[in-house]
Design a protein around this ligand. Structure first.
Ligand code: DHB
Length: 397
């Protein structure tokens, strides 16, 4: 039977970044299991914002070249109230930037780097069971693409298999473990459009008709989001209705949302969830397997990167130095940042959206909050710092 130091379930941001950091920074091998096909992983439409720390990590570990060449790296974002736009000068206020670089492009770069380094990713391979995590060695049971049942042993296992992770229950069933959840009374309708850029910088627009976000993918493809009802389905949003709502929420005399052929439509649910702890024995969770954030601010991928920025040196210290102090502290190091990201995503969401049927008092209070933030340098600085992201944790091994 084969043995690997670290078995990784899921070739998403958490799994691929962990595998890359282990190999690039510490020369530690791992095996990745992914239930989907490579094409599926590389094509699924997800959010698109990288924090400064995520950009730095890519550059410092040799996977930043295409991102630097192709990402839309911005100095600023704009927030609008009823068409009146305020520029948040991220670079001027924080010295940092943000990059619009879709998650699937990030994944492509990490998959390519891993395959070039001769490291394994088992695509279309289902992990059926994980055993031994409370003992001295983990066993991972899996079914290969051609239906063979196999197993592999590992010193440690990381589940980065998304918000429906079957592994999470192994931790939440422990006495004292927490799974905190929150649901929001709105969702986003996301579209991809063949159109020129509306403008270079992102626009987060609050309006009496609801929220809208103008983002981008390439000079020819744009990504727009509209606040919608969580129960809405794709067929309820004709192209006509989409353009009418986008113009009502964003367009003004001096800025018109660029229209074009819509080629992708989807409803994105708003949910928050936090798992604490994120570990049990030799099993660790990272990314969406442990926590979910709503899309506003696009913290999901960045939070997965932050998790594994703790987990990679912690595993390296355990494997190479036989010292588990950092590994034992993983949850206590990772969870506070998760809560900060939850707060930021919740705060941005609640300040920017209009809750249908909500009391007049709450609507106006929340718009006053947004105005207070936008009209003071302290407010804009706080928003900018959270938006570009806190520095990633660094540990010596
Ligand atoms: C995008 C998504 C977000 O949630 C956000 O806050 C900004 C941009 C995007 O997909 O482009």
């Amino acid at each position: 039977m084969t043995h690997t130091p670290v078995a990784i379930i899921g070739a998403g941001p958490a799994g691929l970044t962990l595998a890359h950091l282990l190999h690039h920074n510490y020369g530690i091998e791992s095996v990745i299991f992914e239930s989907r096909s490579r094409a599926d992983v590389e094509e699924t439409v997800r959010a698109g914002v990288l924090e400064q720390g995520t950009m730095n990590l890519m550059r410092e570990t040799g996977v930043g070249e295409r991102m630097d060449a192709e990402a839309d790296i911005d100095d600023a974002i704009e927030l609008a109230i009823d068409g009146e736009r305020t520029r948040i000068d991220l670079a001027g206020l924080t010295g940092h930037h943000m990059a619009v670089y879709p998650q699937h492009e990030y994944l492509k770069d990490f998959i390519a780097a891993r395959l070039a380094a001769g490291q394994t990713i088992h695509f279309e391979t289902e992990v059926t069971d994980v055993a031994g995590y409370d003992g001295d060695q983990v066993t991972v049971f899996y079914t290969t693409k051609d239906g063979q049942e196999q197993q592999l042993t590992a010193d440690y296992v990381m589940a980065g298999d998304g918000s429906a992770s079957p592994r999470r229950a192994l931790i939440t069933e422990l006495p004292g473990a927490v799974r905190a959840r929150h649901e929001y009374p709105y969702a986003w309708f996301g579209i991809l459009v063949h159109a020129p850029q509306t403008q270079k910088e992102l626009i987060y627009a609050n309006s009496e008709h609801g929220f809208a976000l103008i983002s981008t993918r390439t000079p020819e493809i744009q990504r727009y989001y509209l606040q919608c009802n969580p129960e809405d389905t794709v067929d309820m949003w004709s192209d006509e209705r989409i353009w009418e709502e986008l113009h009502k929420r964003v367009s003004t005399d001096d800025l018109r949302v660029a229209e074009g052929e819509i080629f992708d439509k989807a409803v994105l649910r708003f949910r928050s969830a936090v798992t604490d702890p994120m570990q049990r024995g030799r099993l660790f969770l990272a990314g969406d397997a442990a926590h979910t954030v709503p899309p506003t601010g696009a913290k999901g991928l960045n939070l997965a990167v932050a998790d594994v920025s703790v987990l990679a040196p912690a595993l390296a210290r355990a494997i190479k130095k036989n010292n588990t102090d950092l590994l034992d502290a993983y949850s206590s190091l990772a969870v506070p940042r998760v809560w900060k990201a939850q707060h930021f995503s919740y705060w941005m969401s609640s300040m920017l959206h209009t809750v249908p049927g909500q009391e007049y008092f709450q609507t106006e209070r929340s718009r006053a909050e947004l105005r207070s933030v936008l009209s003071t340098e302290a407010g804009r600085t706080y928003l900018a710092q959270q938006y570009v992201g806190l520095d990633l944790p660094k540990f010596e091994v």
